[in-house]
Design a protein around this ligand. Structure first.
Ligand SMILES: Nc1ncnc2c1ncn2[C@@H]1O[C@H](COP(=O)(O)OP(=O)(O)OP(=O)(O)O)[C@@H](O)[C@H]1O
Ligand SMILES: [Mg+2]
Length: 322
């Protein structure tokens, strides 16, 4: 199905909320569904962390948003100002860096950016210096890209993506392959661009700890499906307490939990370890019933999930009732 971009009009100078919305966005490669009925939304000023394992469908989604591949079905709605009439103009308001950015290796950083400047139809060369400054690589303007480290190339990729002063910046795994200080610098750059230039971000990553340090909203994609789309504060609230129970036989313990205690909200978390998310007040009763049914209990205590646990739980058992 043809890619559809709906232009949201900005009536009467009132700022529209949404920068991006997708409706049942789907991409099939032959019979394989890489992205399935994806409904995502990004509001102005947000840093949207698009989180998913390798192969989850992040890059495919971004490619569809950028019009680089056609969706099989579904719609993409991009935030736009009132006077914007054409898709091309809409896309010009977006900066994008997909996976490892490609450059002409024998040209300098400045020359590479200059090619992009001309492609974008920009007259003023000032933007090149400005972008290099913002990304902290102005000192290597005249260095050939083939002599760049990976971290420098990532920065140059961001410099190119912001060259035309986009309102919305899409960065696909911007910290891929960077060392811890490179990751921190990239994070600080993103936060700074959001704060000082008001840029809205869509940042994909497969590393939760990176995303959680900057995202204001997280969308979790798994096997092409958007499992959750939650505000960061809400995600924190959803981290729940549970009773962690170590036993000698997890299968038998699970049967007792279900049949004798009528507990449904639990997971087997590793060998002979269960996490029970209901009946927290009844820990001692759970303990005694397990023991009276010949299950030995080595540990039973109330704990709280970390954000990472939450993510793993969601993706490992997507039907888990959160
Ligand atoms: N052109 C293509 N033809 C066939 N299958 C494809 C194509 N592009 C992507 N895929 C498949 O679609 C799925 C999603 O791929 P995608 O690149 O979007 O994942 P990703 O979330 O970006 O992963 P990563 O973290 O590894 O970058 C994968 O199973 C991939 O093999
Ligand atoms: Mg990818």
């Amino acid at each position: 199905m043809k890619r559809i971009i709906t232009i949201i009009k900005n009536y009467g100078g009132i700022k529209m909320d949404y920068i991006l919305r997708t409706y049942n966005l789907t991409k099939e490669f032959k019979k394989f569904s890489a992205v399935k009925n994806l409904n995502m939304s990004i509001k102005q000023g947000e840093i949207y962390g698009f989180l998913g394992e390798n192969g989850a469908g992040k890059t495919t989604t971004i490619r569809m948003i950028m019009g680089l591949i056609k969706s099989t079905s579904g719609e993409i709605e991009l935030f736009s100002e009132k006077e914007t009439k054409q898709n091309r103009n809409l896309l010009q308001r977006i900066g994008c860096m997909i996976e490892y950015p490609g450059f002409y290796p024998n040209l300098t950083a400045g020359e590479n950016l200059d090619i992009h400047r001309r492609m974008m139809g920009m007259q003023d060369k000032e933007c090149i210096i400005e972008s290099l400054k913002v990304t902290g690589i102005q000192d290597v303007k005249d260095k050939k890209v083939k002599e760049f480290s990976l971290g420098m190339k990532q920065r140059l990729g961001i410099a190119r993506a912001i060259l035309h002063h986009p309102e919305f910046l899409i960065l696909d795994e911007p910290t891929n392959g960077l060392d811890p200080s490179g990751i921190k610098e990239t994070r600080e750059l993103i936060l700074d661009l959001c704060k000082t230039k008001g840029i809205t971000f869509l940042i994909s990553s497969h590393i939760l700890s990176e995303i959680q340090q900057m995202a204001t909203k997280i969308g979790i994609i798994h096997k092409g499906e958007l499992l959750e789309e939650i505000e960061y504060d809400e995600l924190q609230r959803r981290n729940r307490h549970y009773i962690n129970i170590k036993v000698n036989n997890d299968k038998k313990a699970a049967v007792i939990l279900e049949q004798k205690l009528h507990i449904r909200d639990y997971v087997v978390w590793g060998k002979n370890n269960l996490r029970v998310y209901e009946g927290l007040q009844e820990a001692s009763r759970i303990n005694s019933i397990l023991i009276s049914n010949d299950v030995s209990v080595d540990e039973l205590c109330v704990k709280i999930d970390s954000l990472e646990d939450y993510f793993l739980k969601l993706t490992k058992n997507k039907h888990y009732n959160v």
